[in-house]
Design a protein around this ligand. Structure first.
Ligand code: IFM
Length: 766
């Protein structure tokens, strides 16, 4: 099985955008887009640094794109070798996603008929989060002179910039540097570069926004010219002396040398894959798509800090303001929970560090507790604007209620803390801030509830659920279920802390003044309205009055569009008066609360909502895959799994909302691929006391091997069409129980267990 993806002769603008995302390399601290070394801001080169944001005037605050230290332009016979203007004979770009290494190979024909070959590889060091390393090789059929310009290009691509001011080029020994500070808060940013250029007399060119080295050399076929670039990226968010640290890092890296750094980086990536790689026998396409999805999650996962999280478009650009949405908690966390729990912990701690922002937002809307930002950045204040979509017809901003009404965000955060605990058994997360987050989220819902005296129940009115085409609805089933779950979680965490850490629990409850709220939460939980399937109506109404909306078929609704990019939601969007929904809503709830519903209920809801879902969000497909698997529609489960798993391979996801470009990578879709494969098709569900397994492997999957982190234990699972084998990857430190086909088995001392099953018998009990 090949771990490299290659694309040849792709350099029109659409391909440049697509490959920039697809071939991104990253180490969680920064992402470097899959562009070519000679590209500039027009081709969307970007070094997106995690956790640093900036705002210019009234424009949207977005992440900072650091100066491009990877810039190289080579000229021969006075002509730049650039795929956009040069005479390209053949060109390929590839990504070794086993190691996060980008390769390019391009042959140019010069005006005199000479052939010059460029070969380059780069990686964002996993061992040194601030370091980008590049190897660049030039070869020519006939001897010729080359002119190389390489250094740091500070004229960067921005959606709402420019964010960097007071750009100052400088040199320090053999290191060239470009320092700047951000517009809004004056945060220093420094990019430094040390290049090992053999031979030649090097001169330094300092422009307004760039600093370059220039060198001439002679090359031929047997004497290629090879040079190395060591680029550092530091900001005032993570360093007290960005420039000095950058210079020191570049010098250290140059002393170590490219090859040593490369080997070290590759070893770390290989170790990662040992802990998470899933092998699917019998389906190379699915295998590649799943690995590629996991690659994109790993390349942007913060291992270096617990003050940052993963934005909805990862580190691939400034789309969606580089903000963190519920995408992380609901769609990415499951992968990390069962592969790298330490990364999950970092992601959750980010929510603790931004709790005050959530408290400010709750207060702003007249609530108590924590109302998390719909679009969260560094402080936790909401980056989502009230007019978040622009009308393609009038070019006027449309009032959207994502910020004000998607209250489910606070429940999603609380849900994620609990899921992490179930998967890892790590109680310390509650003492380190998790309990405070959950309590404040519960307090928020307590203050948002409406008591209906006629119905003697609590309701949530005027909310927006996951389906953003229907805003300001009452009793969105997903939101109500999630709010109730937040209450339950709050009470469970209280009980757990009181039993195990009574002094800390009492102190926290006292500090938050939470004792009376706890009592109120207990009684609200008994009366919160949970829209459910009824005998006469097994389909759960997505919200009050949903069934009264026009029941138009999706293709017919789409025919009504007057513009390919028109937004179907907001005030008067085409879907708002119909039952067409943007993304999984009830179906997602059915997955998150899988035990609550029977297979028949799930089937009735899937059949109803599937044709009515536009999948206008990359978050949607995985839910339909997961429930399809649970109800035995394995072909559909597979189809939706492939849809989510190939999203960044094909680059075919939605690119526009109104006139707004929303392209980039899709970490939630990537996480959804893992969920659909492991939790759906392999049928694994981890509870606190045992692992339930109900395999529904597609017929052509002869075997799946997967590692699973579960409550501090690393297990290896092997599933075939008739067997499940569970093996402890390390000596057992606790008992592990497995449920398959209604029977419960205990993993023996030897740590290995093989169970047989007949696919049609599995799940009969549900
Ligand atoms: O969080 C999602 C939302 O559910 C749909 N619009 C895009 C957001 C970011 O992925």
């Amino acid at each position: 099985m090949c771990w490299t993806i290659t694309e040849t002769d792709q350099y029109d603008q659409a391909a440049i955008d697509r490959l920039g995302n697809k071939f991104l390399v990253g180490n969680g601290y920064f992402g470097y887009r899959g562009t070519l070394e000679e590209y500039t801001k027009e081709q969307k080169t970007a070094t997106i640094v995690s956790g640093i944001y900036d705002r210019v005037g009234d424009l949207w605050r977005e992440p900072v794109n650091a100066p491009n230290g990877g810039y190289v332009q080579v000229s021969v016979e006075g002509q730049p070798l650039n795929v956009l203007s040069g005479n390209v004979k053949c060109h390929s770009q590839s990504l070794d996603y086993a190691h996060s290494v980008h390769h390019r190979r391009t042959a140019f024909e010069t005006a005199s008929g000479n052939m010059v070959l460029i070969i380059a590889r780069r990686f964002a060091s996993l061992a040194h989060p601030h370091l980008l390393c590049i190897e660049y090789t030039l070869q020519a059929c006939r001897e010729c002179e080359i002119f190389i310009q390489t250094g740091i290009d500070g004229d960067v691509w921005d959606l709402n910039g420019p964010h960097l001011e007071r750009m100052a080029p400088s040199t320090a020994g053999g290191v060239i540097c470009l320092s700047a500070s951000t517009h809004e808060r004056g945060i220093p940013v420094a990019v430094c570069e040390r290049t090992l250029l053999p031979g030649g007399e090097e001169t330094i060119f300092q422009g307004e926004k760039r600093i370059l080295r220039e060198v001439r050399a002679r090359i031929n076929w047997t004497h290629p010219y090879i040079f190395y670039k060591f680029v550092s990226i530091h900001t005032g968010v993570d360093s007290t002396a960005p420039l000095e640290e950058g210079i020191a890092l570049c010098n250290r890296a140059a002393a170590e040398g490219f090859e040593k750094l490369y080997q070290e980086h590759c070893r770390l990536w290989e170790r990662r894959w040992q802990e998470c790689d899933i092998q699917i026998k019998g389906d190379e396409e699915a295998q590649q798509a799943l690995r590629f999805s996991m690659y994109h999650l790993l390349a942007i996962a913060p291992t270096h800090a617990d003050t940052v999280s993963i934005p909805a478009r990862g580190l691939s650009g400034q789309v969606y303001k580089g903000a963190i949405f519920w995408d992380t908690e609901i769609f990415m966390l499951p992968f990390f929970n069962h592969a790298f729990p330490a990364i999950s912990r970092n992601l959750l701690m980010y929510r603790y560090h931004t709790l005050d922002g959530a408290r400010r937002k709750a207060a702003e809307y007249g609530y108590r507790g924590a109302f998390y930002a719909w679009e969260s950045q560094d402080t936790g204040d909401d980056a989502c604007t009230l007019f978040n979509v622009t009308d393609v017809f009038t070019n006027r901003p449309l009032r959207t209620y994502f910020r004000d009404k998607q209250v489910h965000i606070s429940a999603d955060v609380a849900y994620a803390f609990w899921q992490y605990y179930i998967a890892s058994g790590d109680e310390s997360i509650f003492l380190d801030g998790g309990a405070e987050v959950i309590f404040e989220c519960a307090r928020f819902f307590l203050s948002a509830l409406y008591y209906s005296p006629e119905r003697d129940r609590y309701e949530l009115l005027d909310v927006t659920g996951p389906d953003e085409y229907h805003e300001r609805v009452h009793n969105n089933a997903y939101t109500n279920l999630m709010a109730a779950h937040t209450f339950e979680t709050c009470l469970k965490v209280r009980d757990l802390l009181l039993a195990r850490y009574p002094a800390q629990a009492q102190a926290l409850i006292a500090r938050l003044g939470f004792a009376r709220d706890l009592a109120a939460i207990e009684s609200a939980l008994k009366k919160i309205y949970l829209p459910g399937p009824a005998k006469t109506q097994p389909v759960i109404p997505q919200f009050d009055g949903y069934f009264a909306l026009e029941d138009v078929a999706l293709p017919d609704l789409l025919k009504r569009k007057l513009h390919p990019h028109e937004y179907l939601g907001a005030g008067s969007g085409l879907a708002t008066t119909t039952q067409i929904i943007k993304q999984a809503d009830v179906i997602l709830a059915m997955f998150l609360f899988s035990e609550r519903y029977t297979k028949q209920e799930k089937a009735a809801n899937w059949e109803y909502y599937e044709p009515r879902t536009e999948h206008g969000s990359s978050l949607s497909a995985c839910s339909y895959s997961l429930i399809a698997a649970q109800i035995g529609k394995v072909d559909w489960a597979y189809r939706y799994f492939m849809k989510t798993a190939t999203i960044d391979l094909t680059g075919e996801g939605k690119q526009y909302v109104g006139p707004l470009y929303i392209g980039g990578t899709h970490p939630a879709g990537n996480g959804g691929a893992w969920m659909a494969a492991v939790l759906g098709l392999c049928g694994i569900r981890c509870a606190s006391d045992m692992i339930h397994i109900e395999p529904r492997l597609p017929e052509h999957w002869s075997e799946v091997n997967l590692p699973l982190a579960y409550r501090g234990q690393r297990l290896n699972l092997r599933l075939t069409q008739s067997e499940v084998e569970v093996q402890a990857a390390e000596p057992l430190t606790r008992g592990v129980e497995i449920e398959l086909g209604g029977a419960v088995y205990r993993l023996p001392e030897s740590g290995a267990l093989t169970l047989s099953y007949l696919p049609e018998q599995v799940g009969q009990s549900a």
